[in-house]
Design a protein around this ligand. Structure first.
Ligand code: KG4
Ligand code: ZN
Length: 360
């Protein structure tokens, strides 16, 4: 017995219905036996953001199909599993309920343990899944619903060093895309436009850079893009291709610069020899490069998961569930969805709720 555990992971907290089977060994990286992600982008495209009711219905319709496909691709039956992990929070309540009910049903039918996983912890533990990174390390979690610096100290021990006081960066990318008429999700479309643009043409603000600490803010930056767009439209009746590309480049450069400087401070405060990024925004090449430079300057190791593991997926949930189970987590036969679930209970609660649900 080598302590290996095979877990099914189910993820339905936002707009991706995902399931995966992962085999993990103590302390080492995990092996992803299958990972299925059924995105909902097409369902929400007409609304310029995630519509919670539509998301919940789609999760309820597709979650069992995702599980079936994940088991088939892994060549595993339910009987070969050691446990079932499911994202039980934070996120949109309807989607969380769909996943939790499915997981509880499967657990009741098979007798397997069911482990409720914190979605943010799953993102934050991804460098252990991919590389077996040892604690402690600093994680910058940047997604459509979240932005925070976490000192990862154990599978459920995270100290929050700072985070956004308003929008999440992915949310800002999505809003900027919307106001420039680019497709959702905004991150990839803004990044593609930015590659053709001049980041120096528009002078956008660098929010909170002049204040000490690691807090972040992105809503003023988005408003600055809106004003610049309106100025161009008023002056010339519309936007040229170059205007759009330059605005995207300027916005992306501002986000990258702010994240880099705040990360430099967080790394110094955390005192760890490794920096890991997680969340959908970590897929951005310019932002990754800026963060990598910060890590190198501090002599710290830099870890960025492969793109498919940056965005929401079931593998990170399966892995986090296995790690928690190995450490003695109880089976949640009465597991409940938890829309708000801060990772660091000792930190003050975050204000506001993003378009992707409550911010933890
Ligand atoms: O982690 P994730 O899949 O979902 C959660 O929000 O939990 O992150 C999705 C977010 C979206 O806001 C999307 O626009 C952003 O990540 N994103 C990006 C890029 N790819 C995805 N932002 C910037 N650049 C990208 N290449
Ligand atoms: Zn996420």
């Amino acid at each position: 017995m080598d302590g290996a555990l095979t877990f099914l992971g189910i993820e339905t907290s936002c707009d991706d219905t995902a399931a995966a089977v992962v085999r993990s060994v103590p302390g080492g990286p995990g092996a992803i036996l299958s990972s299925v992600v059924l995105g909902q982008a097409a369902l929400h495209a007409a609304f310029g953001g995630v519509v919670p009711e539509i998301a919940a219905r789609a999760h309820a319709e597709k979650a069992d199909l995702a599980v079936e496909a994940a088991l088939a691709q892994a060549g595993t039956g339910l009987g070969a599993l050691d446990g079932i992990a499911v994202t039980s929070g934070p996120g949109l309540i309807g989607g969380l309920l769909a996943g939790v009910m499915l997981a509880r049903g499967l657990a009741a039918a098979t007798g397997l343990p069911v482990i409720g996983v914190n979605h943010l912890a799953a993102h934050a533990l991804t460098p252990r899944l991919t590389e077996g990174l040892a604690f402690p390390y600093l994680v910058l979690l940047v997604s459509g619903g979240h932005a925070q610096f976490l000192r990862a100290q154990g599978t459920s021990a995270f100290a929050r060093l700072g985070g956004t006081i308003d929008d999440a960066p992915g949310e800002a990318f999505d809003k900027v895309a919307k106001l420039l008429g680019l497709p959702q999700p905004g991150g990839p479309s803004v990044e593609a436009e930015a590659a053709k643009g001049d980041p120096a043409r528009f002078a956008l603000p660098r929010p909170l850079l002049d204040r000490p600490g690691c807090e972040l803010s992105f809503s003023g930056l988005k408003t600055a893009v809106l004003r610049a767009r309106d100025g161009l439209v008023a002056a010339q009746g519309g936007l040229t291709e170059a205007d759009r590309a330059d605005l995207c480049a300027a916005f992306q450069a501002a986000v990258a610069e702010v994240l880099a400087e705040k990360t430099r401070r967080a790394l110094a405060a955390a005192g760890t020899g490794a920096l890991a990024v997680a969340g959908g925004v970590a897929a951005n090449g310019t932002i990754r490069a800026a963060l990598q430079a910060v890590a190198e300057a501090a002599g710290a190791r830099f870890l960025a998961p492969p793109l498919a593991l940056c965005t929401d997926n079931g593998a990170m949930v399966a892995f986090a569930g296995a790690e928690r189970w190995r450490e003695g987590a109880q089976s949640g036969d009465d597991l409940a969805a938890r829309p708000r679930w801060p990772l660091d209970a000792a930190s003050p609660a975050m204000l506001g709720g993003g378009k992707k649900g409550a911010k933890a």
